[in-house]
Ligand binder design. Structure first.
Ligand code: ATP
Ligand code: MG
Length: 283
């Protein structure tokens, strides 16, 4: 069952003189079970779009169907708690959300809030912290003592601990060093491939999107410009130019090698695969 936006619009400060339509008549079906990227220029409406997925924002017009829930403009939903357990949202700059005295308490807060007893919540929190690679020695540290990358991972653990079916991450790698970013990417790829979670990720990093995301949605000025396989988007020079998107370096490299006479398959998305194909032809 896809996640379906039907003619959904969102207006900030509705009925005010400075009202602003941030999402404009969105029709969109996001597939479950895969990794979908949401990209687009700053201010295009990416955060506004994903904040609807757990009803942090409610549609001003139209509706959204997600799992067994339907959010319709003008209707106050009665199922916020179960929805927020099933759809975990990791905010842009999620590290500012950490507030408990210790890392472990912070991560256990989520499951406890959803009615799980303290002991079980603590063991779920430990498991989540291990998944995001936070060492046990940090469990009793204050979240304030952690590095930026560690804080981000603890915030993500707080969502994982609630075992949602859908995980939404708003720019989870922004501002992290390459190693910190790679750890987060490996994590959400694992959550998708091993635990079959549906992942929706907002990103400005086209290289990452090209390498790891199955589908991509391109937003511009609150409207959908493209939705489909990531490969088809980034392999199409015309579309890239039209939407002013940077070509991933891997695509550029593949074209260069093809011009030099190498046979490189169009679905070669990583350096490893390209190097292997070149090596075979050099034999
Ligand atoms: N709380 C708010 N009140 C009023 N306008 C807002 C608010 N939040 C966002 N907007 C406006 O809505 C539009 C969409 O913002 P949004 O944050 O969804 O964009 P974004 O694509 O996530 O941008 P970024 O890449 O910078 O995170 C922008 O024009 C923004 O200025
Ligand atoms: Mg944003």
């Amino acid at each position: 069952m896809p996640i379906t936006f039907k003619a959904l619009s969102y207006i900030y400060d509705k009925d005010m003189p400075y009202a602003h339509k941030a999402l404009d008549n969105i029709d969109l079906d996001i597939r479950e079970g895969i990794i979908t990227a949401i990209i687009g220029e700053t201010g295009s409406g990416k955060s506004t779009l994903v904040e609807h997925l757990n009803a942090l924002l409610l549609p001003s017009e139209g509706s959204l169907e997600i799992l067994d829930y339907t959010l319709t403009a003008g209707n106050k939903p009665k199922f916020l708690k179960p929805l927020r357990k099933d759809v975990g949202l990791v905010f842009q700059f999620s590290e500012y959300q950490l507030f408990e005295e210790t890392v472990l308490k912070d991560v256990a807060f989520g499951p406890q809030n959803f009615g799980i007893d303290q002991q079980t919540a603590t063991s779920m929190a430990k498991e989540a912290l291990r998944m995001v690679n936070i060492d046990e020695s940090l469990f009793s540290a204050s979240p304030l003592e952690l590095s930026g990358g560690q804080k981000r991972r603890v915030a993500i653990a707080g969502i994982i601990a609630c075992d949602p079916q859908i995980i939404v991450l708003d720019e989870p790698t922004a501002g992290l060093d390459p190693r910190g970013a790679k750890e987060i990417i490996d994590l959400f790829v694992d959550l998708n491939r091993k635990l079959k979670k549906t992942i929706i990720i907002v990103s400005h990093d086209n290289e990452m999107v090209y390498n790891y995301c199955d589908d991509t949605v391109v937003l511009s000025k609150g409207q959908i410009r493209y939705h489909g396989p990531t490969i088809d988007l980034f392999n199409d020079e015309k579309i890239l130019k039209e939407y002013d998107l940077l070509e991933p370096q891997i695509v550029t490299l593949r074209k260069l090698l093809k011009n030099k006479g190498f046979r490189i398959s169009d679905d070669a998305r990583t350096l490893d695969v390209i190097v292997k194909q070149v090596k075979e032809q050099l034999k």
